[in-house]
Design a protein around this ligand. Structure first.
Ligand code: AR6
Length: 191
């Protein structure tokens, strides 16, 4: 997929030296430094984007996830860890656990923001400069995408404005409808 095609299908916004891009596609095909996985606390795979990443990335990713869980236990919601990218075009996979939607009054937005912030902080610590995110929590975990898109973009924009060395953050949305929602949220982003 040529970069020009992405630009036509998606959209973007510059924030100082960094850029946020929106595109529709399959995140497992993204040739970035790291893609982010919307995992569950077991880190042992599942459905949705998690299943797709483990299928495309192969056994090495699961083996690393198992070692992480053996060493530190299940990953709490809002936290992030990193493995290799296995067979993926991305060099690394950052695994984070989004909140399950429970009506919105249980700190879901704060936990979701933490997923994005901690994933970017980990990428920065590892010297990575391009990161692709899926729409965390808006599938099986039921977070309404309208609200999730605002939380996601504000968290990422906040980290980039605060001086993150990450230069490209690409949201890879799985449907045209989700892409439209994120596009509206990006247009509405303050500043
Ligand atoms: N590329 C980009 N986005 C995708 C892809 C893909 N290949 N496949 C699905 N999506 P979900 P969650 C979108 O359910 O809500 C798993 O079983 C999807 O359309 O993958 O955080 C885990 O193991 C949706 O917009 O993640 C957990 O148990 C978005 O990715 C649980 O689901 C997130 O949907 C996590 O639920």
């Amino acid at each position: 997929m040529a970069p020009i095609e992405r630009t036509e299908r998606g959209s973007g916004r510059d924030l100082g030296p960094s850029r946020i891009e929106l595109t529709r596609g399959d995140i497992t095909r993204e040739p970035v430094d790291a893609i982010v996985n919307a995992a569950n606390s077991s880190l042992m795979g599942g459905g949705g984007v998690d299943g797709a990443i483990h299928r495309a990335g192969g056994r090495a990713i699961l083996d690393e996830c198992r070692r992480i869980v053996d060493a530190q236990g299940p990953l709490p919601a809002g936290e992030a860890v990193i493995t290799s990218g296995g067979l993926l075009p991305a060099r690394r996979v950052i695994h984070t656990v989004g909140p399950r939607w429970r009506g919105g009054g249980h700190g879901e937005a704060a936990t979701l923001a933490s997923c994005y912030r901690k994933s970017l902080a980990l990428a920065a610590r590892e010297g990575l400069s391009s990161v692709a995110f899926p729409s965390i929590s808006t599938g099986a975990y039921g977070f309404p995408v309208d609200e999730a898109s605002v939380v996601a973009l504000e968290a990422v924009a906040g980290a980039l404005r605060a001086g993150s060395p990450v230069r490209l953050v690409r949201f890879v949305l799985f449907s045209d409808a989700d892409l439209d929602v994120y596009r509206r949220a990006l247009d509405a982003l303050a500043g």
